[in-house]
Design a protein around this ligand. Sequence first.
Ligand code: ZN
Length: 254
Amino acid sequence: MRIARVSVPDLDGPVFGVINGQQIGLLKGHPFGELEPAGVALDLDDVKILSPVLPSKVVCVGKNYADHAKEMGGEVPAEPVIFIKPNTTVIGEGEPIVCPPQSENVHHEAELAIVISHLCKNVSVERAGEVILGYTIANDVTARDIQHRDGQWTRAKSFDTFCPLGPWIETELDPSNLDISCEVNGEVRQSGNTHDMVRGAHEMVAFISSVMTLLPGDVILTGTPAGVGPIVHGDEVVVTIEGIGALANPVVLR
Ligand code: ZN
């Protein structure tokens, strides 16, 4: 099932819905728990797709693919290294990534994103599936020059618009063997598979929830394969993940 968050011309606020071919069946309330159909179906062309959730936090895993750890000049760390992007970085399908004037080297990072369904803490690896609503596509946009200058990652990863997410949440998906790629202006920059993740999706939910409480709608980015590189004003970045779809965003300079 594909769950999207959309804005509809005649409704006051965004609503969730289930995508069925070219149609979207609207839901009452939110998708965390029992789904309640609103009895209204619209053509997808008549709605605007937004980021599929508004997370309280986006927790990211660094260096979770060996080939990317290597290109960054390091090894896979003995323990997972995690960091947080503020929720104000999140944008949806088609919205522009805005490069800030402080950076001259903004990079794309194609990532599989986990969407959490339930408030949870200390979840075991075995039970992690019970707190996952589904998976979506993310681009962990990073000001690489600032990341290297600062020696830590908060500023480099936290500019507004630096977390494109979407276009929807796929709820029926085995995350362990999915092709993942990133194209810039049609040229393939990253091409990998989630089976090369050092730590899998369920393992990361267990690890992160041993540190912090996760809330419904929270998002975990699972790391990026090799091939990260610059994006500049006028580019279009498309991240594609098998079984989910494609997330496209234009790039502009502020
Ligand atoms: Zn990343």
